[in-house]
Design a protein around this ligand. Structure first.
Ligand code: C2O
Length: 343
């Protein structure tokens, strides 16, 4: 049977890097939960831009949206910190599986990874758009799989703007080239060598791993222990990019280097924009047409809860997020240098 949406009324303290922290969403026992419906097929298509290519009009809009999100009352589920806490709650033990009081609900290290994060960004993006009254607003993606995007995007690096976060690695500021296989040790390769290595990593993780099991992750069903096994992209570069971005002087490489705080860095949403884009690229350009996802209803009917742009609690199912165009967003097209042949 599929994993069920958590019971928010049973949300518990989470493990925030060794400290018990409260990252439960606001919830009233009379809160009504509605079932997700796809946006209207005639609503505008949001086009997520590459973060290194945005213009100043876009940047101003994006900064303002995140600023407004930070300024919402702390108790509003759409508030910036509440949004960060959504990640904490689903990743650090705040929820048990319904009916299994000792079984943590975990959305990493299994086939839930891509769908859960897709919905997380989907709602975050709609909240931002609503705050600035722009139905076409789209989150940027960090295009770290192509040479031009292999640095921390500069739009995030200006102190005292809403996109800045102080808890990042001081040695990984631009123009330092990212290491997509980073494991807490700087290789300090010449730029071109690091770039070539990154492209090889991309090919290996996305093209070589071409079945749903290898790419999307291991099956995770009702009553199962958490963390049955991550897919290739979740392992690398997803994990390394988190570690590379977080501040090595913090106890848990906060913010990006650990689950409970990762969503507190606005760059999280650009990193996951690229993860989500690579899922789309994998589905449409790598996987065999009839094997680009699981047919298993325990995957398709797995459910989560999110607050939407109207602060309404929504129950979503994996089956409704498999085609991003039906969710009315897509990605700005850029060259994909690693796709066609082993670099
Ligand atoms: Cu939920 Cu990138 O982690």
């Amino acid at each position: 049977l599929p994993i069920q949406a958590p019971d928010v009324s049973q949300c518990q303290l989470a493990d925030g890097g060794g400290n018990q922290i409260n990252c439960c969403p606001p919830y009233k026992s009379n809160s009504k939960i509605i079932d997700f419906k796809l946006p209207s097929p005639t609503s505008p298509m949001r086009v997520r831009p590459a973060a290194h290519l945005v213009d100043s009009a876009y940047l101003n809009k994006y900064r303002r949206a995140v600023q407004l999100m930070r300024e919402l009352p702390a108790s509003d589920p759409r508030n910036f910190m509440q949004q960060a806490n959504v990640h904490c709650a689903y990743c650090d033990g705040a929820y048990d599986q319904v009916g299994f009081p000792d079984l943590e609900l975990q959305v990493h290290n299994s086939w839930l990874f891509f769908p859960w994060h897709r919905y997380y960004l989907y709602f975050n993006e709609r909240i931002l758009g609503k705050l600035i009254g722009d139905e076409t607003f789209a989150l940027p993606y960090w295009n770290w799989d192509a040479q031009a995007g292999m640095r921390l995007p500069s739009i995030y690096t200006t102190p005292s703007t809403s996109l800045y976060d102080a808890l990042r690695d001081a040695k990984h500021q631009p123009p330092k080239v990212i290491d997509l296989d980073y494991n807490l040790t700087d290789q300090n390769l010449p730029d071109q060598e690091q770039i070539d290595q990154n492209l090889t990593t991309m090919y290996r993780q996305v093209v070589t791993n071409n079945t749903p099991e290898l790419f999307l992750g291991a099956a995770y069903r009702r009553g199962d222990q958490p963390n049955p096994g991550a897919g290739s992209l979740e392992n690398v570069p997803h994990g390394p990019v988190h570690l590379w971005t977080g501040d090595r002087t913090q106890p848990n490489i906060e913010d990006m280097g650990t689950f409970y705080s990762a969503g507190r860095d606005p760059i999280f949403f650009a990193h996951h924009g690229n993860i989500d884009r690579l899922w789309y690229i994998w589905q449409t350009k790598v996987a065999a047409k009839n094997n680009s996802g699981f047919k298993d209803t325990d995957w398709l009917d797995a459910a989560f809860l999110f607050y939407d742009e109207n602060a309404q609690l929504v129950r979503v199912k994996v089956r409704d997020c498999l085609d991003n165009k039906l969710l009315r967003y897509t990605y700005q097209e850029v060259d994909i240098p690693w796709l066609r042949k082993r670099p």
